[in-house]
Design a protein around this ligand. Structure first.
Ligand code: ZN
Length: 362
């Protein structure tokens, strides 16, 4: 059993462990600090960046955690474990590993999915000066997924109505309506925001500072949720037949591109995701992007948890005892406490990172 002490119970703890591990193992640490928001204990909220290898490396692999707040705990553990295992001392020539710790530090610290403005950071990377991409299907989803109460009967009714909607409009349209991202309902789910979030700004600053010089760059964005228990899945949005998609396949195998293990019958058309922003920011760089999801529960439970997270934010304060219980379940869904699950994350993330380094260093 690997050392599971890298799995933290608070943002302060996770951040401290990450920074200590970086400094003690030959990486340099930089912070991008939110000037306004603080964590639950009054702590500063930062995107921390650890650079292992040359600052001006022509090949840069980024591994990021916490785009969806709560999902940052396993990602942080993977990053810290890689540092503690001496990964920084085994990099190929001209290659740097750049670890982005807590893309959405507010969500990480408060154990929520979104930012301080209920924004899904992974839908926020769009041009806020232009009209927002419409998601007309969400208008039908919104009244279903925003109940005032959160008991068994309510949830059963929510799912009955969602099933009926899916029947009516089909899998693909349903996925896009439900979780593709929407810009019309600020108190809804998968809300992309009506302005750029600080975390969006910080990410782009960090990419400019630590990645934009590279000739070859890649990003692995660590998530949890979708996918079979104790397994991981890849999401790769590079176009069929593109060199980037071929690189992802060469580095991580067929499963990086064939949606192996993905339980969604049809993926949504996503708007404003962070890895697309990474590509768009680096027009002169050869870029390879993947999302890795460490699987926890089936799709229905992930949907339930995301609706619960929304209920907690808007209705939880009126029902404190219930809210505590619902939040515990929410955390367990995206950050399971089972030691076997946590050990699997460490084992699998080590291989994913090693393959990424070998791939970009080739
Ligand atoms: Zn996620």
């Amino acid at each position: 059993m690997p050392d599971l002490s890298v799995f933290s119970s608070s943002y302060v703890e996770a951040r401290g462990r990450f920074i200590d591990a970086a400094r003690a193992n030959g990486a340099r640490v930089y912070e991008f600090r939110d000037p306004r928001e603080k964590g639950p204990a009054g702590e500063p909220l930062c995107l921390d960046v650890a650079v292992a290898g040359p600052e001006n490396a022509e090949r840069v692999l980024v591994a990021g955690s916490g785009t969806h707040g709560i999902e940052g705990y396993p990602g942080s553990a993977a990053q810290t474990a890689w540092l503690l295992a001496g990964g920084a001392r085994r990099l190929p020539k001209k290659t740097a590993m750049v670890l982005f710790h807590a893309h959405n530090p507010w969500g990480f610290a408060y154990k929520a999915r979104g930012t301080e403005e209920n924004v899904d950071l992974n839908r926020n990377f769009i041009d806020h000066g232009k009209p927002y991409p419409p998601n007309p299907g969400y208008a039908d989803v919104h009244p279903i997924v925003t109940p005032e109460s959160w008991d068994d009967a309510t949830q059963a009714e929510v799912f009955r109505q969602l099933d009926a909607l899916r029947e009516r409009i089909g899998e693909k349209a349903f996925s896009t309506a439900f979780n593709g991202g929407q810009f019309s309902h600020p108190d809804g789910i998968y809300f992309g925001g009506q302005r750029e979030q600080w975390a969006n700004y910080a990410f782009r600053e960090a990419v400019l500072k630590h990645v934009s010089h590279a000739r070859h760059a890649a990003i692995i964005d660590f998530h949890t949720g979708i996918g079979p228990w104790m397994e991981h899945i890849y999401l790769c949005f590079h176009a069929e037949g593109s060199p980037a998609r071929k690189r992802a396949r060469d580095w991580w195998g067929e499963r990086a591109v064939n949606l192996a293990g993905v339980t969604h019958k049809a993926l949504a058309d996503y708007q404003g995701v962070i890895i697309d922003a990474f590509s768009a920011m680096l027009p002169k760089t050869e870029v390879t992007c993947v999302v890795v999801e460490f699987g926890t529960l089936e799709r229905k439970e992930i949907q339930r948890a995301n609706m619960a997270g929304r209920w907690l934010r808007y209705c939880g304060a009126r029902h404190p005892a219930l809210a505590r219980k619902v939040h515990e379940q929410f955390c367990e869904t995206f950050y399971p406490s089972d030691p076997k699950w946590r050990a699997a994350v460490l084992e699998q993330s080590r291989e994913i990172l090693e393959r990424g380094i070998a791939g970009i260093g080739r």
